[in-house]
Design a protein around this ligand. Structure first.
Ligand SMILES: Cc1cc2nc3c(=O)[nH]c(=O)nc-3n(C[C@H](O)[C@H](O)[C@H](O)COP(=O)(O)OP(=O)(O)OC[C@H]3O[C@@H](n4cnc5c(N)ncnc54)[C@H](O)[C@@H]3O)c2cc1C
Length: 426
């Protein structure tokens, strides 16, 4: 048998798409494909709840062609985003993006925030913290952007470079209309999204069935001189080239390649999934951003506000939700600490009136969830170029160390897979 020319590393959304487009086998460490984009069921006295490993994963940013591609793998439903900023001390919910709805903060505060946003801005901020203060001014920053980003970046926001400004859009005309109490048109990057009728795992499985995936194949070491991969089960595979969707920092460790610049930073997320009877003050949004919480979480999402199919059958008085808390990379709490933390989150959400009780809960750890760069560092570009020089091509959100959703990850995989396909194959 011929030795395969190349391998794809990882069978999350990027690796699955690349395998589909190229026919090349994706080596996946876990027992199932899909990465953090998988749904699963947990039993409760009311019946089975559907949850997701990485918290709610809604597919935004698809264009007509990508949506057509998705449609080839089952039926997808479309939703209009409902999200808000939630202030737990007052119970106030202000539609996202907050800066477009200042009126909801009351006329005096709205006027003050507006005046600060209008300030002349001639600086070029180096860190995310400086950028947020520069863009939104001290009042709005203290009220929301500062404490939210402290939680979301697990404290890194004062050191990392600004990025992803489209998540906090700023348009003075819209902001002024919102401050006057007019409802501005929807803004932001995820106004509509899709979700597969059968759950995200059904999509991952369907995509995997049209490519080639070896599950339980964890890459433990890469010898770039000999062009061999060592798997944790002891097998050695040779390669001519690799398409890797593994996080860029992990690839440097696996290959032993050193990059002499300030290294990229990453944060982990602990996702707590909870189901129970719906509380009297449970929001109707799909997700809410939280600047302060006793348990330290920064976002609560409501699967069942998106689609009832996440609830046990006939349990319309229930709610299923996910809660995200940022951690420094490598700071994974023990199993008992996670269980204790999940209990604290349930208590806090019952106090907020989101839940009446908790019927089922569980926590999942995502080691590399968000990636960041230190100001002025060329680590990312250098690392990608060094690997490329060894015939290792990086693809996807974590491979290329950038923020993006499933749609862009699929596009990356489809493009790379198409370009690496052996001429004449299929
Ligand atoms: C908290 C959170 C919420 C998100 N919400 C959304 C959302 O609502 N909508 C959206 O579109 N996107 C969302 N995303 C982004 C989305 O998860 C990513 O775009 C997508 O998962 C990236 O897929 P990937 O295949 O590149 O990476 P991954 O899913 O990380 O896939 C990499 C694969 O490599 C495998 N692997 C790792 N190490 C090895 C090894 N040594 N050997 C072999 N295999 C290995 C992993 O098991 C995994 O399956 C969210 C991300 C996070 C963190």
């Amino acid at each position: 048998m011929d030795t395969p020319k190349g391998w794809i590393l990882g069978a999350g959304m990027t690796g699955l798409a690349a395998s589909y487009a190229s026919g090349v086998t994706a080596l996946e460490a876990e027992a199932q494909p899909g990465g953090i984009c998988r749904s699963f069921h947990l039993p409760s006295p009311a019946g089975d709840y559907r949850f997701e490993v990485g918290g709610g994963h809604w597919v935004f940013g698809g264009d007509a062609v990508l949506n057509r591609f998705l449609g080839g793998f089952g039926t997808w439903r479309s939703y209009q985003r409902r999200s808000a900023v939630y202030f737990p001390e007052s119970g106030l919910r202000v539609p996202y993006p907050l800066q477009d709805h200042l009126h909801a903060l009351g006329p005096r505060l709205a006027e003050k925030c507006l005046a600060e946003i209008r300030l002349d801005r001639q600086q070029s901020p180096h860190t995310m913290a400086e950028w947020l203060e520069w863009q939104f001014g001290p009042t709005l920053n203290e009220l929301f952007f500062g404490p939210f980003h402290e939680l979301y970046t697990a404290g890194l926001w004062t050191r990392i470079a600004p990025q992803d400004s489209y998540k906090s859009p700023i348009d003075l005309a819209r902001i002024e209309r919102g401050a006057r109490g007019e409802t501005p048109e929807a803004a932001g990057y995820n106004q509509t999204f899709l979700y597969p009728e059968g759950g995200l795992d059904s999509f991952a499985d369907a995509l995997a069935s049209r490519g080639s995936v070896q599950t339980g194949a964890r890459v433990a070491r890469i010898d770039t001189g000999r062009k061999t991969l060592e798997l944790s089960d002891g097998r050695t595979l040779s390669y001519e080239w690799l398409l890797s969707t593994l996080p860029l920092d992990a690839m440097l460790r696996l290959t032993g390649i050193a990059v002499d610049d300030a290294p990229g930073q990453a944060t982990a997320v602990l996702v707590v999934n909870l189901g129970g009877r719906r509380g009297a003050h449970c929001p109707s949004e799909h997700w809410i951003y939280v600047p302060r919480s006793r348990s330290g979480f920064h976002r609560v999402g409501f699967y069942s506000n998106v689609d009832r199919s996440f609830l046990p059958q006939g349990a319309a008085d229930r709610v299923s939700l996910y809660v995200e808390r940022g951690f420094p990379q490598g700071a994974q709490p023990s199993e008992s600490d996670c269980a204790e933390y999940a209990r604290q989150v349930g208590d806090e959400l019952c106090e907020w009136g989101f839940l009446q009780d908790v019927e089922v809960c569980g926590a999942n750890w995502v080691e590399t969830a968000y990636t960041w760069t230190l100001p002025g560092s060329r680590w990312r570009e250098t690392a990608i170029a060094r690997l490329h020089a060894e015939d290792i091509h990086m693809s996807g959100r974590y491979g290329q160390w950038k923020f993006q959703g499933i749609a862009d990850s699929l596009r990356d995989g489809l493009l790379a897979g198409g370009l690496l396909r052996t001429p004449g194959a299929r």
